[in-house]
Design a protein around this ligand. Structure first.
Ligand code: MN3
Length: 204
């Protein structure tokens, strides 16, 4: 049986237009994310005992995963959990464009200003060589950090709590932006769901 299902998008496929186009959303969610879920479930069939573990625990202790599926957990499971975080991180453009409350205070404390944070995160996303993600995370002492990780690696595996991911695999932008990753990254700021990022910050 498949334990890990593809979650439905929390908005319509065309809801992020014109920043992220409908065709990209359909392929990214229905094909790419579905494939990560399917392959993750297939890997777990070999070790059904792992199905009882909370998903985040699996990634926090990736070294403990059985040798024969560790790579599949990292790549397919990572792809599954990272995209689960990604879709609710986005929302149609009726947002304020920046966070508020305690999250904004923490961003100003750790990055100087919201603009400085945004610049650092954009640079992390744009300069990630190859495929991967840029992340805003909270570390184990509550400090906010920005970095990028390769492929489907997750912040859980280095002891951090993910707050905001930006997918910079080509499949996230190539149909609309082709090689113009910088333009995609600039535009994604228009559709960040800050309420959700604030909720993650408050509950972590
Ligand atoms: Mn992706």
């Amino acid at each position: 049986m498949n334990k890990y299902e593809l979650p439905a998008l929390p908005y319509d496929y065309d809801a992020l237009e014109p920043y992220i186009d409908e065709a990209t959303m359909r392929i990214h969610h229905d094909k790419h994310h579905q494939a990560y879920a399917d392959k993750f479930n297939i890997a777990l069939e070999k070790h059904p005992e792992l199905l009882d573990k909370p998903l985040e625990e699996l990634f926090k202790n990736l070294d403990d995963a059985p040798d024969d599926i560790r790579l599949a957990v990292a790549n397919q499971g990572g792809g599954y959990i990272n995209h689960n975080l990604f879709w609710p991180s986005l929302a149609p453009k009726d947002q304020s464009g920046k966070p508020g409350g305690e999250l904004l205070k923490a961003i100003e404390r750790d990055f100087g200003s919201f603009e400085d944070f945004r610049k650092q995160m954009s640079e992390a996303a744009i300069s990630r060589f190859g495929s991967g993600w840029a992340w805003l995370v909270k570390d184990d002492i509550g400090k906010l950090k920005v970095y990028s990780l390769l492929n489907q690696d997750t912040p859980y595996s280095i002891g951090d709590t993910p707050l905001l991911p930006i997918d910079v695999w080509e499949h996230a932008y190539y149909l609309k932006y082709q090689n113009r990753r910088t333009e995609y990254v600039e535009n994604i700021w228009s559709v960040i769901n800050w309420k959700e990022v604030e909720r993650r910050f408050a509950s972590s």
